[in-house]
Design a protein around this ligand. Structure first.
Ligand SMILES: [Zn+2]
Length: 137
């Protein structure tokens, strides 16, 4: 009396093969899903959080509320003219007019990045698995 008849073994093999096929399929789908839709689409959920990002860039954010003040790095600022919306990372300078919608825009302007570099960042952003994505180029 064996509990493993040939039929049962066959069944288990088929199940295993199916599981392998499913895993491969899921992997393919993940890989396809990673590709940007085209152009310079960017997965903004992978951008660093505004507060730690601006701090890492040496910006001292002052005040409280939705918009904080900081000394503007885009012109020779003596008093905090730059307003930063801490929730989104949007920024706007009252003195020189520098502005943008998020930390990526800030980083590009601060480091004079061009479209090609932005595309590289975009790929990094899409392919990096965790929030280790780091704007340090
Ligand atoms: Zn400014």
């Amino acid at each position: 009396m064996s509990s493993y008849s040939p039929d049962v073994r066959q069944f288990h093999k088929a199940k295993q093969a199916e599981a392998v096929r499913n895993a491969k399929h899921a992997q393919q789908q993940r890989q396809q899903g990673r590709k940007p839709a085209g152009g310079f689409s960017f997965d903004r959920t992978r951008l660093p959080a505004p507060a730690p990002y601006y701090e890492s860039q040496g910006l001292a954010l002052k005040g409280r509320g939705a918009w904080l003040d900081a000394v503007c790095p885009f012109h020779a600022d003596s008093k905090p003219s730059l307003r930063v919306k801490i929730e989104t990372g949007a920024f706007s300078c009252m003195a020189c007019g520098a502005h943008g919608g998020d930390v990526l825009a800030y980083h590009m302007q601060l480091h004079n990045m061009d479209v090609k570099q932005r595309a590289t960042l975009s790929r990094l952003g899409v392919e990096t698995a965790s929030n280790s994505f780091h704007l340090s180029m």
